[in-house]
Write a protein that binds this ligand. Sequence first.
Ligand SMILES: [Zn+2]
Length: 90
Amino acid sequence: MGEPWTVVRHIPARDETLTIFWIHPHFSVYNEVWVAIRARLGRPLDACWWCHKHFAIGDRIGLIAVKNKTNKVLCQPCVAGLSPTHEAQA
Ligand SMILES: [Zn+2]
């Protein structure tokens, strides 16, 4: 048998259709308290799930419930972009 070896297989990008239950536009604010709590929980949640943009201190954090996934955090442009009306809800 010998030693194992590695090869690289390219996985093509694919589109995934998601079902959204709700979006909470202003779930929280990215601040020192958020950072401390998330660090304690071992999940930093310091970037938008959708666009991967890193939050800045003071940014509002949205929360989205997606079918078959744990709830995810969103930046405000993505809150607006993913909402059914394509506008952030108050
Ligand atoms: Zn985003």
